[in-house]
Design a protein around this ligand. Structure first.
Ligand code: SF4
Ligand code: MG
Length: 336
């Protein structure tokens, strides 16, 4: 049973002197407990905006003109798209049921309070615990996320910790109320390779312990291979391909997904490093979005219908879907 179902969701940004900008277009996503969905794409493709919509943490000028964000609270599904961002209902979901970690821990940690005080306060905000009980929970959490000497480190300020430990402290805070869904926005991008591997291990371990679902945002396909069960590839606000991660990696159907995969060097083989082929061209601005397929200007396979007609979602195999005119024009057996 899905924990989160995003259906036909669009997100626009209004500006006083220009037409609205469509940042996300008719996105469908689904996530079940204990599973990880990776949202993948180049910067500006709408993956962070999509994730922030789930927490209603969008900028003031953003609107969700269509679609649903159904979240199973355990007492029935709530449509987050219809909640006011600062409503009691949304505030009781945010942080407690769905929490988020970021690339930069300082965007969720305050520099002027110790990490222990911040986590205590967060726990007390959501649960009826005494300060002493909250601190016990905080120490246990810090210990669980691998902060050595947790009881003492709880008294440290964020700047006194290394980047990796700050990341762990942020994860501890995100997990403080045992959320059902953890949204991770490029949580390892700023870390060195060793620390990155440790944090990914930790997240996987915590997912096993808590059975939580993860929405994992990254531009790194290596990270996707490590953490994800499902993948959704975004390009200029569209989900262009999605499905089971092994299936999509093995048989990518959208030319953009294929290009992304070709741009990843296989580190184990020197010869492959030379074949690294970055995708030519740049992503168009959402202000001059082509009326047809947004990938037209960079696609090596673009043909007649591409510039003017938006491709439909086409089912490739069970659960594997892509938006590309090539699929509609291929005979069904060629897709199998
Ligand atoms: Fe390329 Fe056309 Fe498919 Fe877009 S619809 S990815 S331009 S072939
Ligand atoms: Mg981003």
């Amino acid at each position: 049973k899905p924990l989160l179902t995003v259906r036909n969701m669009s997100i626009s940004f209004s500006s006083p002197d220009e037409a609205d900008i469509e940042a996300v277009r008719q996105v469908d996503l689904s996530l079940t407990p204990g599973k990880t969905l990776a949202l993948v794409g180049e910067s500006g493709c709408g993956k962070s905006v999509t994730a922030r919509a789930v927490l209603r943490l969008l900028d003031k000028n953003a609107i969700i003109p269509s679609g649903e964000i159904l979240f199973d609270t355990g007492q029935g599904a709530v449509d987050i798209a219809r909640l006011k961002p600062d409503s009691l209902a949304m505030r009781s979901i945010r942080g407690a049921e769905i929490s988020m970690i970021f690339q930069e821990p300082m965007s969720s940690l305050s520099p002027v309070h110790t990490i222990g005080d911040q986590i205590d306060e967060f726990i007390i905000l959501h649960e009826r615990l005494s300060p002493k009980q909250a601190r016990e929970r905080t120490v246990a959490l810090l210990d669980q996320v691998g902060v050595p000497g947790a009881r003492d480190r709880a008294n440290a300020y964020p700047f006194e910790l290394s980047g990796g430990l700050r990341q762990r402290a942020m994860i501890a805070m995100a997990l403080a109320c045992t959320p059902k869904l953890l949204i991770a926005d490029e949580p390892t991008t700023a870390l060195d390779v060793t620390t990155q591997a440790q944090i990914l291990d930790l997240l996987r371990q915590l997912q096993d312990d808590y059975g939580m679902a993860m929405l994992f945002i990254t531009h790194d396909l290596g990270v996707v291979a490590e953490v994800a069960d499902e993948i959704a590839v975004m390009y200029l606000g569209d989900v262009v391909e999605q499905g089971d991660v092994y299936e999509v990696f093995r048989r990518p159907k959208h030319p953009y997904t294929q290009a992304l995969m070709n741009s990843v060097p296989r580190l184990s083989r020197k010869a492959d490093r030379k074949r690294l082929s970055p995708i030519k061209g740049t992503v168009p601005s959402p202000r001059d979005r082509p009326s047809g397929c947004a990938f037209t200007s960079r696609c090596p396979h673009a043909f007649a219908p591409c510039p003017a007609q938006r491709p439909e979602r086409t089912q490739v195999s069970a659960g594997h879907v892509a938006r590309c005119h090539l699929l509609a024009h291929e005979p069904a057996e060629a897709l199998a």
